[in-house]
Design a binder for this molecule. Structure first.
Ligand SMILES: *Cc1c(COP(=O)(O)O)cnc(C)c1O
Length: 356
């Protein structure tokens, strides 16, 4: 497939923010976007890089009613020689293809979309910020665009990629968050779509997250839907525990989103010869472990924050502090090494980084 380049006219060009200080996550977008469309019987066509612009959708468009869609999130980082690094971008497009199978969306040719993303990044390369801890957030999105209120699989789709410069996730430093364990709501059920990165999963979490924030907690930690006993994940991060010097995280069971940061933490831990295990972890095991000191650290892992230390867990009206409530050495070690690899400050023994 050919890729058409339709550059923004000079009079419409915007400049990237002079500083990322005070820029709210995901509110500023670069000059260009990539898009292509799918029609049944034709496949993907009309691939182009064009000026960033609104979508025009008929009010009956399937995605607006029935949510047939998928998205991804990854980042481009400015490396010390002034170039641009991508962190495991193929993993994101592979995951998007797995989401596509579950949501009846057409799959992508990974080499083609990765090539298109790199070309888009070259066009808007000055939008990759240079300040410490900043990056360019990349949002690939796919949605069902057939105009029809009938409940069915769409025959038309749009795929696009937009770019948003983002500031450091921790402007005030790497501080632990307080999270509440939900025993009232669930995020995903066995056989459902929990492992797909699809819009409805996030809408389903909003109420619990809103209530958590009203009580002073940053996030919700979800338990399994069947027994309401086993730890699953946080709304946009996977969760890790340091238990007796072992790095423990819930196993991928179909209801948990298979995070690329999660996978990288496990691979890094094995590279360092730390003990790791992916298994069921009950909330009781965690609370007893916090009490006895066997659980020394809890942290989240996801693209946005990379590593997010947890200082306190709140469950059924009771709060349990994690360690001394401060960031622990294991979380700090993962954060420092993962970000050093992403920004190209440290050599990458895994081949995770692709330069643009
Ligand atoms: C995206 C996401 C994650 C983290 O995945 P990464 O690939 O590490 O960014 C974790 N949980 C949920 C629900 C997510 O949507």
């Amino acid at each position: 497939m050919e890729l058409t380049l339709n550059r923004i006219s000079p009079e419409n060009q915007k400049n990237p923010p002079a500083s990322m200080e005070g820029v709210v996550f995901g509110t500023v977008f670069s000059n260009h976007m990539f898009s292509m469309v799918w029609d049944d019987g034709i496949g993907w066509h009309d691939a182009e890089i064009k000026p960033y612009q609104p979508l025009v959708l008929d009010p009956s468009t399937i995605v607006l009613h029935y949510g047939q869609s998928s998205f991804e999130g990854l980042k481009a980082y400015r490396n010390p020689s002034g170039g641009i690094n991508l962190f495991r971008p193929r993993e994101n497009f592979l995951r998007m293809n797995r989401t596509a199978q579950r949501m009846c969306l057409p799959e992508l040719d990974i080499d083609f979309v990765l090539g298109a993303l790199k070309q888009l990044l070259q066009e808007d390369s000055d939008w990759v910020p240079k300040e410490e801890g900043t990056s360019l957030y990349i949002r690939p999105t796919k949605l069902a665009t057939q105009e029809a209120l009938g409940l069915k699989v769409s025959s038309k789709y749009l795929f696009y990629i937009i770019l948003s410069p983002v500031g450091p996730y921790y402007p005030e430093g790497f501080n632990p968050v307080k999270i509440v364990v939900s025993d009232q709501y669930v995020r995903a059920t066995p056989g459902g779509v929990g492992e797909a990165k699809t819009a409805g999963n996030y809408a389903a979490c909003n109420l619990a997250e809103k209530q958590a924030q009203a009580q002073g907690f940053t996030q919700v930690l979800w338990l399994d839907a069947v027994e309401r006993k086993y730890i699953e994940e946080v709304g946009s991060m996977n969760i890790f525990f340091v238990i007796d010097d072992e790095i423990v995280t819930p196993q991928l069971n179909g209801t948990i989103l298979p995070g690329i940061t999660r996978k990288s933490v496990l691979e890094l831990a094995r590279h360092w010869d730390l003990k790791t295990s992916e298994r069921r972890i009950s909330i009781d095991e965690v609370l007893e472990g916090l009490e006895s000191g066997r659980v020394s650290e809890v942290f989240g892992a996801g693209t946005a924050a990379v590593i997010s230390p947890v200082g306190l867990l709140h469950y059924r009206g009771q709060s349990s502090q994690v360690g001394d409530g401060q960031t622990g050495p294991v979380a700090k070690r993962f954060f420092e090494h993962l970000t050093a690899i992403q920004y190209g400050r440290e050599n990458d023994p895994f081949g995770w980084v692709e330069t643009v």
